[in-house]
Unconditional design. Structure first.
Length: 286
């Protein structure tokens, strides 16, 4: 991953549109939270393009932040190991991670470390690519390789699904966990242009278990034919899906709203709805 990100530095600005979108979205969300965040960590992937990123500019302006640390997994700022985060417990009021966490091997473990690095009632706001990302490319490559060789290897990295994120946050000890999605459809004149953008973003697959065979030109040409046939619009441009998941979680604090205990309600649901309560065994109309 470090190698891919470093190679991407020179041309990243040409393919940074998804990062701009994700960063601006996180900044907008933060603007809606009426509280100060004195100590902030901006995590992941900023050293190659931080001068262009909305979060780097917008955090101080929108929140009046006095202390921001920029830490990067793969670049030139404060470079850290995403599997072993070097922060003391209770260091930050806010951790922002735009499009950074999807390359972490142990995401549940990393979320635990991020929660511990937050002060009580501190906020984690992170975005990452989700499971529908690059589905068109994934399916085209799998079918082309299977058709031509009788077997297929994983060529596009796996991503977390939306339904998993809130559960992972809760498992990591976050309070009030939430997750939502933004599905972006990007259109290209040719599938090869999509691959060029992925290289420029440093987002080509970096799997530990590499496929036994390289991706030949013959397989790639067949995959592009399938891509055009199945994922083209009327104007012959092809579609590429990017699903951006946003995860929100708070470090626990006694002031936070807590769910009521079962059986503690003071008002019956039937009274609130103005209806007559029936037992489970009653038949409709009986």
């Amino acid at each position: 991953m470090r190698q891919r990100k470093r190679r991407a530095r020179a041309g990243f600005h040409e393919a940074a549109f998804l990062y701009h979108r994700a960063a601006a979205d996180l900044a907008d969300r933060l603007e809606a939270i009426p509280r100060p965040f004195p100590d902030v960590l901006v995590l992941g992937g900023f050293s190659t393009f931080h001068d262009e990123m909305a979060v780097r500019d917008e955090l101080p302006k929108r929140l009046g932040t006095s202390s921001i640390i920029h830490a990067d997994f793969y670049g030139n700022d404060t470079t850290i190991d995403p599997e072993h985060l070097p922060f003391a417990p209770g260091s930050f009021d806010l951790i922002v991670a735009p499009l950074a966490l999807h390359w972490i091997n142990d995401l549940p473990g990393a979320l635990v470390q991020l929660r511990l690095a937050l002060k009580p009632d501190g906020l984690l706001l992170a975005s990452m690519f989700g499971g529908e990302t690059l589905n068109e490319l994934r399916l085209s490559l799998l079918e082309a390789e299977s058709e031509l060789t009788g077997a297929a290897a994983m060529r596009v990295a796996p991503f977390a699904d939306l339904q998993d994120i809130a559960g992972l946050l809760q498992r990591a000890g976050f309070a009030l966990p939430a997750a939502d999605r933004d599905v972006v459809t990007v259109r290209y004149g040719e599938p090869m242009r999509l691959l060029a953008d992925l290289r420029a973003m440093g987002e080509t697959a970096a799997l530990a278990e590499r496929p036994p065979r390289t991706l030949s030109r013959r397989i790639l040409a067949r995959a592009f034919d399938l891509y055009r046939a199945r994922f083209s619009d009327a104007d012959a441009r092809v579609r590429a899906t990017f699903e951006i998941l946003t995860a929100t979680g708070w470090a626990p604090h006694e002031s936070q709203q807590k769910p009521l205990k079962p059986g503690s309600a003071q008002t019956r649901l039937a009274d609130a709805l103005g209806t007559k309560e029936r037992s489970a065994g009653d038949k409709a109309g009986g």
